[in-house]
Design a protein around this ligand. Structure first.
Ligand code: ARG
Length: 459
């Protein structure tokens, strides 16, 4: 490996050995190699089209870069810390391979616009992969929602029994959360899909470049409008991490419910053995490690969001070396979000619902008290009075350890003479969920309609 730095012209002393390692990024930015090479090929193609490189030089550069990519992918590329980052490693290997033409690749460009381009290309691909991963999880949720459209469990507010809901409805709530997450990533992609190349170090370049042409070669929608902004902006990374953090927050909520539901005390669901682990000391244990870990991972992603915001806070224009610190949090966010989505998509269809347990729980806790109040309203009693009447009936039930549905007609009529024989239908779980029969409601028929609409939205 050449021991001469690509920028050493004005230096008399060699770099301090520790500083060299301390300032290098190649250890982590080498994973951008594909995008770096893609960007360089587009840059060389544009330079040749403008007569800044000859066609022969362009061809040599492109062939050389492709050989480097093959070498990297075959594991035969030696990364050098002295060459600091992925950009200088690739460029220097190119010159070693093809000679003079390699030295011309960096014409009209800087690592500042190069790295900004690489990260955008990288994120654009990852956003597509993440949206596909979200979609896979959504499809898994639709499958369970369909299977459990009629399954009734208690719905909670304040983690206290509120009203009966269907499990399918609950799965569709998760579906909606993910639908917005996917939309946020798509929005983020729209803003980041602009090309920094041509901004060079910060002010643009004196060569007759065609930025629209290189943008089209790289599939960018447009070149970035302002060169200073192009090399210094990392708000797309913050926006992405923010969307990722919200998705992880959603996954942490789903995790929490899976953990609660699979506890012995709730026993609403069983998670497949393949997603749980045992305890080395307590033989009876089956721990919901996967949802717990995903819940835990949300913390580091929130941390990355704050880290990136703080990284950019107060940075003067244009590029500063601080920006090198954007990559590790970004990569870690992508990797952990992708992993969490994948494991969820695999785990969700393998949930077993313990319908008897859910039903038993829904029968406790006066889940149909609101239905009784609504019944009285239909009999002409103002809602506030009806609420009071039902409250007194519940108090009696609590005292006698009975459920509303277990009170006799006479007992119920003791609270309000408006109550008739038709009341018991209203107090059943099936009657309660079926009555919420409008768009967005928990009735099984509505859940099925929501599943149909969701499938159409997924396309
Ligand atoms: N490794 C650097 C980074 O990741 C590349 C850009 C360096 N530019 C510079 N002028 N030092 O940000």
């Amino acid at each position: 490996m050449s021991d001469k730095k690509l920028w050493s012209g004005r230096f008399n002393e060699p770099t301090d050995a520790f500083v060299e390692a301390f300032t290098a990024s190649v250890e982590f930015d080498q994973r951008l190699y594909k995008y770096d090479i893609q960007g360089s090929i587009a840059h060389a193609t544009m330079l040749a089209r403008g007569g800044i490189l000859t066609e022969a030089e362009r061809d040599a550069i492109i062939a050389g870069l492709q050989r480097i990519q093959d070498r990297i992918e075959a594991g035969g590329f030696e990364w050098s810390v002295e060459l600091e980052d992925v950009h200088m490693n690739v460029e220097s290997a190119l010159t070693a391979d093809i000679g003079e033409a390699g030295k011309k690749l960096h014409t009209g460009r800087s690592r500042n616009d190069q790295v900004a381009t690489d990260i955008r290309l990288y994120l654009r691909d990852e956003i597509e992969a993440l949206r596909a991963a979200i979609r896979r999880l959504q499809e898994a949720l639709l499958e369970v929602a369909e299977r459990e459209a009629d399954t009734i469990l208690p719905g909670f507010t304040h983690l206290q029994t509120a009203q009966p809901v269907t499990f399918g409805h609950h799965m569709m709530a998760w579906f909606e959360m993910l639908e917005r997450d996917s939309g946020r990533l798509a929005d983020c992609n729209r803003r980041l899909n602009a090309m920094p190349l041509g901004a060079a170090a910060l002010a643009g370049t004196t060569y007759p470049i065609d930025r629209h042409y290189s943008a089209s070669l790289l599939g960018f929608e447009r070149p970035c409008e302002n060169s200073l902004d192009a090399v210094s902006d990392r708000d797309f990374a913050i926006e992405f991490t923010s969307a990722a953090a919200i998705t992880m927050m959603h996954l942490s909520r789903m995790s929490e419910e899976l953990i609660i539901w699979s506890s012995a005390q709730f026993a609403f669901i069983t998670l497949s053995d393949s997603f749980c682990t045992g305890s080395s000391i307590m033989p009876q244990k089956k721990n919901p490690d996967v949802p717990e870990l995903v819940r835990g991972k949300s913390g580091r992603i929130f941390g990355h969001l704050i880290g990136l915001l703080t990284l950019m806070k107060s940075q003067p224009l244009a590029y500063n070396k601080d920006n090198q610190e954007d990559k590790e949090p970004l990569f870690d966010t992508v990797d952990n979000l992708k992993g969490s989505l994948k494991v969820f998509a695999d785990m969700i269809p393998a949930i077993t619902c313990r319908r008897d347990r859910m039903r038993e729980a829904a029968l406790k806790g006066f889940a149909t008290a609101t239905d009784l109040a609504d019944y009285l309203v239909r009999k002409g009693i103002p809602f506030r009075d009806a609420h009071e009447v039902v409250g007194r009936a519940v108090a009696l039930c609590v005292e006698r350890e009975r459920d509303l549905a277990e009170l006799s007609l006479e007992e119920l009529q003791g609270f309000s003479p408006a109550i008739g024989e038709d009341v018991h239908q209203v107090l059943t779980l099936e009657g309660s969920v079926a009555a919420r029969d409008h768009i967005g409601g928990t009735a099984p028929a509505q859940v099925r309609a929501a599943i149909d609409r969701a499938r159409q939205r997924l396309g």
